[in-house]
Design a protein around this ligand. Structure first.
Ligand SMILES: Cc1cc2nc3c(=O)[nH]c(=O)nc-3n(C[C@H](O)[C@H](O)[C@H](O)COP(=O)(O)OP(=O)(O)OC[C@H]3O[C@@H](n4cnc5c(N)ncnc54)[C@H](O)[C@@H]3O)c2cc1C
Length: 370
């Protein structure tokens, strides 16, 4: 049996939840498929207060923002939310296949919004398969979702916001943090987070990397070393750090498998953290009727993911003929909000990435229409 829906949203993180609410607001009926057993995406483990713009709930804790977005979706009769529903493929005949509670489903949407988020990057070094080596997201999930203290003594790799925030949360959970090492010459995350960690006595060593991890049955320690101006290891600078857990917070990359599989034109854009689908100003990909919003279209923040989701939801519902005048007005407002969010100091990188993505779109067939 095939299930029909007007709009299918893949992923119930901030982008997907906002997309569903916006499309339903214009009158469309929406089905959300979320592979996890609960909606919220990354927000379910973000116990810290969010930075960003007030319009996107900055100052509120991520978990509460997630609950608010989920509440709005659950209350809306136009929206069906399916959890434990992993989208497996998007096919040429318009059929989307889903694994739901161990059953294989076929869905026939008129429009699809891919809001699958991101995956953590990993590092290559000898011993990196030892038990005790985790991505920062896994450590955060263990602590903040499962309520498990994940380690006795941790070495954190990466001083971006994720590395700094997870380090602080480890300290709050009573875990000893041996230090934070960072390959770049400068701390990448906000200094407010770095200062809190330093005040707690945790050293942050820039220009340092992992040489190898060692241990018999599980991680027992890590050898680290200094890097020179060219990013090369400095011989003789090795030190050993005893720890039972190594936590890698070395960045995220867009989770674009479904976009590749659907045949979207893709481009590798460094500033957007990997391969991304080329999208137009309404976030529609080169596959007509297929939109991409949130981290899947470039790693940014929950604030922009929510606005991108809203924009894609409005555009998808508007293109089905729902309240065209209002759709147009709301789309312009969402685009203006995104531009405002990206006008700050941290937005420069994203703007540069989007400009390169547009260029790639032109050379690949002029998909971008602004
Ligand atoms: C430690 C940390 C701190 C952060 N702090 C902030 C902050 O202070 N302020 C801020 O604005 N942002 C912050 N962020 C970033 C923010 O969490 C992300 O940018 C945001 O969650 C991206 O939203 P999204 O909806 O695109 O993706 P996600 O939140 O990743 O949601 C994607 C959803 O898609 C689902 N999914 C994936 N594949 C499939 C599939 N095939 N089928 C069905 N479902 C699928 C996933 O299970 C997930 O629920 C932080 C991130 C981290 C890791």
């Amino acid at each position: 049996m095939i299930k029909d829906t007007e709009i299918l949203v893949i992923g119930a993180g901030p982008a997907g939840l906002a997309a569903a609410s916006a499309a339903a607001f214009l009158g469309a009926s929406v089905l959300i498929c979320e592979r996890d057993d609960a909606p919220g995406g990354q927000l379910v483990k973000q116990t810290h207060k969010f930075f960003g713009s007030e319009k996107q709930y900055a100052g509120d804790r991520g978990i509460y923002i997630g609950r608010r977005l989920t509440g709005a979706v659950r209350e809306n009769p136009q929206i069906e939310l399916m959890t434990n529903a992993t989208v497996l493929g998007i096919y040429d005949d318009g059929i989307v296949t889903v694994l739901h509670d161990n059953r294989h489903l076929k869905i026939r949407p008129q429009k699809t919004i891919v809001a699958t988020g991101a995956a953590e990057k990993f590092l290559a070094f000898p011993g990196n398969d030892l038990p005790g080596i985790y991505g920062a997201g896994a450590v955060q999930t263990l602590m903040n979702v499962a309520g498990v203290r994940p380690a006795e003594r941790v070495l954190m790799v990466g001083a971006g916001n994720i590395g700094l925030i997870v380090t602080y949360q480890l300290l709050q959970a009573g875990v000893q943090v041996a230090g934070v090492i960072e390959a770049a010459p400068k701390i990448g995350g906000y200094l407010v987070h770095a200062s809190k960690i330093r005040r707690a006595g945790v050293p942050i060593l820039t220009r340092h990397t992992v040489c190898e991890a060692f241990g018999t049955d599980q991680l027992e320690g890590v050898r680290i070393c200094r890097l020179d101006d060219q990013g090369q290891k400095i011989p003789g600078s090795e030190e050993t750090v005893a720890c039972d857990t190594l936590c890698l917070a070395v960045g995220l990359t867009p989770l674009t498998e479904l976009c590749w599989q659907a045949g979207c034109e893709m481009a590798w854009i460094r500033e957007l953290s990997g391969h991304v689908p080329i999208v137009d100003e309404n976030l529609e990909t080169s596959v007509p009727g297929l939109y991409a919003a949130g981290d899947v279209s470039g790693i940014e923040e929950a604030s922009s993911a929510m606005v991108e989701g809203r924009l894609a939801g409005l555009a998808a519902a508007g293109s089905l003929g729902y309240r065209p005048e209002q759709a147009k007005e709301e789309i312009l407002a969402a685009r203006a909000e995104l531009a405002e969010l990206r006008s700050g100091p941290t937005g420069g990188k994203i703007m540069a990435g989007l400009a390169r993505m547009r260029e790639a779109g032109k050379t690949k067939g002029g998909v971008f229409v602004c």
